[in-house]
Design a protein around this ligand. Structure first.
Ligand code: SAM
Ligand code: SF4
Ligand code: F3S
Length: 447
């Protein structure tokens, strides 16, 4: 038995890579671990179980995981009873699970995104039989409900409303590793939302790769707008966020619903990816620049204080200099609050990985830097426009320097630092912006 040398309670170290969908999965894995009697540690050297929940979206994400798994080998040699488990999107790729099987023999348990709810049974097999367990098959099974959740924060909660993706953007691995779209029943989502609010959370973020297609195929016609309205109607002092919204399915009805729901933050993350119609077509995004801009125009008409953020990919195969300039001009036209920017990373098995890609990496990096510089100028101008105004923020933490300063986030997803005692963490406060630095806004408590 591998359990002989476990401490009481046994300690688990769980590390999550990737998006909030993965964070939400890890909170369920931790919920199951806690039910099995585990406590948690931040120190992998003292853990009885180390689990990495992995991300496959870009090559860089995968390289980091392989590096960190390799670094566990000497730890495992010192602590032979330690269980090493790997799960998440990377493990859903046969190329990766084979590499783990052959080159990382000290890994005890490997499971993919479809097997999360079966974690206790798989762990039991590892512990009692002492053999390696690999469960990486794809089953587009019904959504598993009733899994215990161990939430990392007491005041911010992730709430998955759907899993998977049907869009097959040509660059993206997600549909291959997360399977087809499955929506949770509205009663299950609402039940969890009520539990979260009863637990005192001040912010709920609804999660899905494309929340706008929530409920597609439901017989009763429930959709994301109706779900938002129902969560908004739950009594309590909390705010609602959601991500990600796909421009192809973002309707005026959804924007009107946002505008009508007082608990929904005035923040829309609407990934554009590129400002060029030819590139958008090659990406299979399903909208044009014009349609995207008209959506943004409508959203700003119905919510004048709306904060917009987006994702941009630079250097998609065959992207010309002129096409990149179209992305730059779109970014300047929209004036986003912030951008999440990526250099195209070919993912095996996707259509874009097979496309001719004549532009050098150096050229792509130069475009990437130019995009960052453009956004920096926009963001700092926007920050200066906020000086003198008062915003409500959710106080999230002390600043890294721990110099008596706290950091809070506005509904529009902008951070403001202000002096205050640590007891304010987890509360909503009004803060007046007094100063705009290059990267950060500073302010003082206004109540
Ligand atoms: N479902 C969301 C959507 O459609 O906007 C995004 C999900 S994806 C996990 C997050 C972002 O990663 C994407 O919006 C895209 O900008 C970026 N991304 C995905 N695949 C990529 C790739 N192969 N190379 C570079 N960036 C990529
Ligand atoms: Fe990937 Fe596109 Fe699905 Fe988003 S919508 S997860 S980018 S395939
Ligand atoms: Fe990564 Fe999987 Fe999310 S590939 S970005 S963790 S859905």
């Amino acid at each position: 038995m591998l359990t002989e040398r476990f401490q009481a309670p046994p300690l688990a170290f769980v590390h999550t890579y990737g998006c909030q969908g993965n964070v939400a999965d890890s909170e369920r894995i931790k919920g199951m671990l806690r039910e099995m009697g585990y406590a948690f540690t931040e120190d992998r050297e003292e853990a009885d179980l180390v689990l990495f929940n992995t991300c496959a979206v870009r090559e860089h994400a995968e390289d980091r995981v392989f590096g960190n798994v390799g670094a566990l080998k000497p730890v495992k040699e010192r602590r032979r009873h330690m269980i090493v488990a790997l799960c998440g999107c990377m493990m859903q790729q046969p190329r990766v699970s084979e590499r783990i099987r052959k080159s990382y023999p000290f890994v005890n348990l490997v499971f993919g995104t479809f097997a999360v709810h079966r974690f206790p049974e798989m762990l039991y097999r590892v512990l009692t039989r002492g053999k390696r367990v690999f469960e990486t098959g794809e089953t587009d099974a019904a959504v598993a409900e009733g899994i215990p959740v161990y939430r990392d924060s007491s005041f911010k909660a992730w709430l998955p409303v759907m899993y998977g993706c049907n869009n097959f953007c040509t660059y993206c691995i997600v549909p291959y590793v997360r399977g087809r779209e499955r929506s949770r029943a509205p009663e299950a989502v609402l039940g969890e939302a009520r539990e979260i609010v009863a637990g005192g959370a001040k912010e709920i973020t609804l999660l899905g790769q494309n929340v706008n297609s929530y409920g597609r195929g439901f017989a009763d016609g429930a959709d994301f707008a109706s779900l938002l309205r129902q969560i908004n109607a739950i009594p309590g002092d909390f705010k609602i966020r959601f991500m990600t919204s796909h421009p192809k399915d973002c309707t005026k009805e959804l924007l009107d619903t946002m505008a009508a729901c007082e608990k929904v933050c005035r923040h829309l993350h609407l990934p554009v990816q590129s400002g060029s119609d030819r590139v958008l077509r090659a990406m299979n995004r399903g909208y044009t620049r014009e349609r995207y801009l008209s959506l943004i125009g409508y959203a700003r008409r119905v919510m004048p204080d709306l904060s917009l953020t987006t994702d941009v990919i630079v250097g998609f195969p065959g992207e010309t200099e002129d096409e990149f300039r179209e992305t730059l001009s779109l970014v300047k036209e929209v004036r986003y609050t912030s951008l999440f920017t990526f250099i195209f990373s070919p993912r095996e098995g996707t259509a874009a990985a097979k496309m001719a890609d004549p532009v050098s990496y150096a050229e792509k990096s130069a475009r990437f830097s130019e995009l960052l510089k453009t956004q920096e100028a926009i963001a700092s101008a926007r920050c200066r426009e906020m000086v003198g105004r008062t915003f409500e923020v959710l106080t999230e933490d002390e600043t890294k320097e721990k110099n008596g300063m706290l950091t809070g986030r506005t509904d529009g997803n902008v951070n403001i630092d202000f002096p205050g005692p640590a007891e304010l963490i987890g509360t909503r406060r009004r803060v007046k912006v007094t100063e705009a630095g290059n990267w950060v806004l500073r302010g003082t408590l206004a109540d």
